[in-house]
Ligand binder design. Structure first.
Ligand code: C2E
Ligand code: MG
Ligand code: MG
Length: 571
């Protein structure tokens, strides 16, 4: 956009015109101008024949108005400022008139400059023009009504016009400081200012306000491998691709580095998330983005609001990037994974479980992976925690259980299958019934199923979780405590929870050292399991030496790369 076109852009309100600055400036111009006049009536001379009382009353009224605007003006809607600023020349005209054409009338004429300053700084160019016309009209009416010299009547409006042009130009120059020089989008400063303003407006009008943070995935790699120029080009292409997709009332800004922020007044969470998806989809080829979406809440400060969008963005990143996460809206975050299940993108890998005594394979653990169309094979650590938060874990858990039971039932032997279960699934009172249904459907004897839970179940001793586990056990399935020894281990909990199998965490196995004669920690953990009548399984066994030590210590079963990595189909 050319400089002139930008200058004439009718919607463009100067960046300095925040609600608070408007209030402070307008308020102090009213108050100080009127105060000076009041002081002049008290100590000045030349008031003979002038209605000083009327001037004082008018001055006091203007001071009161000015102080009120100064203090609470930031709550006044922006359009009301046109009335307040327009009130200025009218009040000044009254003073000029009351001055009866004396030197005081001329002195009051200077007050018109105040209102021109105010209007030029705070309104768009067409607005400035309207106010300038009003000031010129008022000034002429005021000066003519008291018969001021023709020279003054002619020269004053000229001065006003020069002041208006110069100040509007200065405001435009200041505006340029709020623009990102690369993308020409508003920069962070502009965004923060508008955010404050919109939050104030939402507070007054109880409307909606949504915020989207967009972050380029792996942008650092682009900068590192292709250079900063390529990085800059990418940012510019994103800005250009998005410019046409955002509405007039929206504010798209370059918030910093590779992060863009989009402010959506009047928009719901759903609409904001849809727009975020649309912007991600029109991004330049080969670029993926993560987006975090949040809606403003009553009493929000800018930083609270931003931090919620930031949390959502973080979740989008940690759940594997290239997605939109809505803060506090589980259903949306869940949908991508649920769609992946429906599309058949999840796969189960099976890792053999062997008996240490004789090396026989007694079963397998089912471990889920996401065969993502673009990202390749995604490990469970990249999407299971997110699924637990969003609620998608219920669909994921059911799919895993169903697949694992079906595959195991087809192996016409007595090997077992272990399925990992998350705490939210166990909080569902209907879960045991679902498990029973799946077992019946595939004709898998419950004894062949082990459900693995982590020590997170001990977190608050939720009675619902204990009840679910008891029901599962009553069905005939076995319960294994996974990664034992890493989390909330407490012997008291072990007694309270119905557990059949302890899986000693791989970290204990890794700690096995040939330099030690004994492994006291491992021995103790194993002793606890055995004394409670549980089967002990060692995880992460990678070397023959580790397997030998474990066998010597009386460990029943083991899993690990030594015996087999997780692979697609159960053998
Ligand atoms: P886990 O249940 O403790 O699974 C063992 C993890 O250790 C697996 O990682 C496995 O691939 C890895 N592993 C096995 N043997 C060795 C070894 O010898 N050395 C090393 N370094 N690692 C070994 P994976 O597949 O990435 O799974 C990670 C976790 O994700 C699992 O830990 C489990 O807690 C969770 N998970 C996997 N599938 C599901 C599922 O269907 N539902 C739920 N809720 N969680 C799942
Ligand atoms: Mg496990
Ligand atoms: Mg484990």
């Amino acid at each position: 956009m050319s400089a002139f076109a930008r200058f004439a852009d009718a919607r463009k309100i100067p960046a300095v015109a925040t609600q608070r600055v408007l209030a402070r400036t307008t308020g102090s111009l009213y108050a100080t101008g009127a105060l000076l006049i009041l002081i002049a009536t008290l100590f000045g001379s030349g008031w003979e024949g002038i209605d000083v009382a009327a001037i004082r009353v008018l001055a006091v009224a203007a001071i009161v108005l000015g102080v009120a605007v100064f203090l609470v003006g930031h709550r006044i809607p922006r359009p009301a400022y046109h009335l307040l600023v327009a009130g200025g020349p009218i009040v000044i005209t009254a003073f000029v008139h009351l001055g009866q054409g004396t030197v005081w009338s001329l002195a009051f004429v200077i007050g018109y400059v105040f209102t021109i300053l105010d209007a030029s700084f705070f309104f768009s160019p067409p607005g400035v023009l309207v106010h300038l016309c009003l000031v010129v009209c008022c000034a002429i009416v005021g000066m003519v009504s008291v018969h001021l010299p023709v020279g003054a009547i002619v020269s004053m409006p000229g001065t006003f016009i020069v002041v208006a042009v110069v100040v509007t130009w200065l405001a435009w120059m200041a505006d340029a400081a709020e623009e990102d020089s690369l993308t020409r989008l508003p920069n962070r400063r502009a965004f923060d200012r508008r955010l404050e303003e919109e939050l104030g407006r939402v507070g007054r009008e109880h409307g909606q306000l949504a915020l989207v943070l967009l972050d380029l995935d792996h942008f650092k790699d682009v900068n590192d491998h292709s250079g900063h120029l390529a990085g800059d080009r990418l940012l510019l292409e994103c800005a250009q691709a998005w410019r046409g997709s955002v509405g007039e009332s929206h504010l798209l800004s370059r918030y910093g580095g590779d992060e863009f922020a989009l402010l959506l007044p009047g928009s719901s969470l759903g609409r904001a998330a849809d727009l975020a998806d649309r912007l991600r989809s029109v991004a330049p080829d080969g670029v993926t983005l993560s987006a975090g979406v949040a809606a403003s809440a009553p009493g929000d400060s800018a930083s609270m609001f931003l931090s919620r969008a930031d949390v959502a963005l973080y979740e989008a990143k940690s759940a594997g990037r290239d997605q939109t996460v809505v803060y506090g809206d589980p259903a949306r975050g869940a949908s991508e994974l649920e769609a992946a299940i429906t599309a058949g993108e999840l796969v189960l890998h099976y890792q053999p479980v062997v008996r240490l005594r004789d090396g026989a394979v007694t079963g397998a653990e089912a471990l889920v992976r996401w065969q993502h169309p673009r990202k390749g094979l995604v490990p469970p650590s990249d999407f299971v925690p997110q699924a637990e938060r969003t609620g998608a874990i219920h669909a994921l858990g059911m799919w895993t259980l169903d697949q694992a039971c079906e595959a195991t039932a087809r192996l016409r032997d007595d090997t077992t299958v272990s399925v990992n279960v998350s705490v939210p699934e166990l909080r569902n009172p209907g879960y045991p019934e679902l498990v029973r249904h799946v077992l019946d459907m595939h004709g898998l004897p419950p004894q062949r199923l082990a459900l693995e839970i982590t020590e997170a179940v001990f977190d608050n001793g939720d009675p619902q979780v204990v009840a679910t586990l008891n029901k599962l056990r009553a069905l005939g399935a076995r319960i294994a405590i996974d990664d034992f020894g890493t989390g909330y281990s407490s012997l008291r909990w072990l007694e309270r929870f119905p557990i059949d199998i302890v899986k000693i965490d791989a970290s204990f196995v890794r700690a096995i050292s040939a330099e030690r004669e004994r492994e006291p920690v491992l021995e103790a953990v194993m002793a606890i399991g055995r004394s409670m009548g549980m089967t002990v399984v060692a995880e992460g066994v990678e070397t023959r030496y580790q397997a030998d030590v474990l066998r010597r210590l009386g460990c029943d079963l083991a899993q690990g790369y030594l015996f087999g990595r997780p692979v697609p189909r159960q053998r």
